[in-house]
Write a protein that binds this ligand. Structure first.
Ligand SMILES: Nc1ncnc2c1ncn2[C@@H]1O[C@H](COP(=O)(O)OP(=O)(O)OP(=O)(O)O)[C@@H](O)[C@H]1O
Length: 128
């Protein structure tokens, strides 16, 4: 490994460590993020057990969790910039919360379309 690529790997691992700290902070401080993590784990387990297509479920889980992390980041920035009540702070927080809600509703739809039929099949007869 050349000196340059060793340096890039170290930089990548350092950045990944910061990102992991963000995930741990969100998991500790945001009840909604905890629920979404466990819902994603459940959806991915069901996908594996039922032999359903993985890609749409994986992408949907990543979308919801990423938006919740961005919502957490935005809340922190808004609280830092505007600790007092301000109409623009409310717009920012509510719009970010709406993005998470919209993605979560979409995830429910994707889950129903992708996992619904094989789940019904199992409930009617046995594993596929
Ligand atoms: N600085 C502020 N100025 C104006 N409105 C705010 C401000 N901070 C929060 N709000 C509004 O008050 C309501 C509740 O805000 P809060 O921060 O408790 O959000 P939340 O939805 O409970 O999210 P979380 O529980 O993840 O912090 C939201 O409508 C939000 O937009």
């Amino acid at each position: 490994m050349t000196g340059g690529s060793a340096l890039s790997l170290r930089r990548f691992l350092r950045s990944a460590g910061f990102a992991w700290a963000g995930v741990r902070h969100a998991y500790r401080s945001q009840p909604n993020f905890r629920i979404e993590c466990w819902a994603a784990a459940l959806a991915l387990s069901l996908t594996a057990v039922l032999g359903a297509p993985l890609a749409p479920i994986l992408l949907t889980c990543a979308l919801v969790l990423s938006l919740e992390l961005l919502n957490t980041a935005l809340e922190a920035v808004v609280d830092l910039a505007s600790p007092e009540l301000h109409p623009l702070a409310k717009v920012a927080k509510d719009a970010a919360a709406a993005a998470v809600l919209l993605a979560s509703l979409g995830a429910l739809g994707v889950g129903a379309v992708v996992l619904g039929p094989p789940l019904l099949g199992v409930l009617r007869g046995g594993l596929p």
